[in-house]
Design a protein around this ligand. Structure first.
Ligand code: NAI
Length: 327
């Protein structure tokens, strides 16, 4: 039998946490042959609720779940973890300046980075979900220099899956037959959902949809604004889809992407596609042997180029804002 893997979920008493931890305990994150020990972190005001989640995990009697650590102590939470899913953060509240939210999150991600750096297992893989996801991941990378930068990623798989879902609805085909959409850039409304290389049953999505106006206009907007649409409908932000996509992200990263298929991940830019190096930017990637690789050589037309640059500019600004919050 395999040794249990230790999986940290921060913000585990929150909405996404509540959807995510049972998925992890069921093997959705790492496979149904991989036992897990869950480490759940939240802040003191949520300690009681966090303990309630722990009680439910015990009550659910998950065969794969070999232990639960529920704590408000960041060192205890980070000790020995093989995977860290960072969902905790400070939400933007009405009337708050962007800079104030950034300052709070920079300080959270700085201190949690240091704890991971000192206490996580070697080769710990990190997925940042909490917004601003790309920039939180960048701060985490800066303050955990001994964790390889390739191990620090952010979630844009939800946006990727949303793009697949919209194409599947439009063409009335199974979502599992839609492949190779791309989310470029920031997990924000400046992201660029790109279907220029996407296919259904091997045929180009552009040919099948045969409506460039929709693909270059409304489709992009729907995907960019889907988070807001969910909030409007549910009065709460997306949680089950975020949790499910977080599992997809890690599972594909660890177990590999199928031959001929890529996914979108926010990763540390090496300058591919003329995206400035040193940003955490969403690219198309394939994964094998626990490592992601940016898909190279895709053609980028003029329309796409502008959109890739625009979201990169936003990320560069976020990066400067984050650095200005550090001092
Ligand atoms: P939530 O507010 O329900 O839960 C957040 C939890 O984090 C709360 O329990 C809170 O107490 C905890 N928390 C706050 N500061 C913390 C700290 N320093 N350490 C540990 N825990 C801390 O929010 P929800 O809906 O679960 O969303 C979580 C985050 O995920 C938000 O930032 C949200 O914007 C983001 N998100 C990202 C998506 C993506 O695709 N990247 C999609 C959906 C949400």
């Amino acid at each position: 039998a395999k040794e249990p893997a230790r999986v940290l979920v921060t913000g585990a008493a929150g909405q996404i946490g509540y959807a995510l931890v049972p998925m992890i305990a069921r093997g959705v994150l790492l496979g149904v042959d991989q036992p897990v020990i869950l480490h759940m972190l939240d802040i003191p005001p949520a300690a009681e609720a966090l303990n309630g989640v722990k009680m439910e995990l015990i009550d659910a009697a998950f065969p794969l779940l070999k232990g639960v650590v529920a704590t408000t102590d960041v060192v205890e939470a980070c000790t020995g973890v093989n995977y860290a899913v960072m969902v905790g953060g400070f939400p933007r509240k009405e009337g708050m300046e962007r800079k104030d939210v950034m300052t709070k999150n920079v300080s959270i991600y700085k201190s949690q980075a240091s704890a991971l750096e000192k206490h996580a297992a070697a080769n710990c893989k990190v997925l940042v979900v909490a917004n601003p996801a790309n920039t939180n991941a960048l701060i985490l990378k800066e303050f955990a220099p001994s964790i390889p930068e390739k191990n620090i990623t952010c979630l844009t798989r939800l946006d990727h899956n949303r793009a697949l879902g919209q194409i599947s609805e439009r063409l009335n085909v199974q979502v599992s037959d839609v492949k190779n959409a791309i989310i470029w850039g920031n997990h924000s409304s400046s992201q660029y959902p790109d279907v220029n290389h996407a296919t259904v049953g091997g045929k180009p999505v552009r040919e099948l949809v045969a409506d460039d106006k929709w693909l270059n206009g409304e489709f992009i907007k729907i995907v960019q604004q889907r988070g807001a649409a969910i909030i409007k409908a549910r009065k709460l932000s997306s949680a089950l889809s975020a949790a499910s996509s977080a599992c997809d992200h890690i599972r594909d990263w660890v177990l590999g992407t199928p031959e001929g298929t890529w996914v979108s991940m926010g990763v540390y830019s090496d300058g591919s596609y003329n995206v400035p190096a040193g940003l955490i930017y969403s690219f198309p990637v394939t994964c094998a042997n626990g490592e992601w690789k940016i898909v190279q050589g895709l053609s980028i037309d003029e329309f796409s180029r502008k959109k890739l640059d625009l979201t990169a500019e936003e990320l560069s600004e976020e990066k400067s804002l984050a650095y200005s919050c550090l001092s």
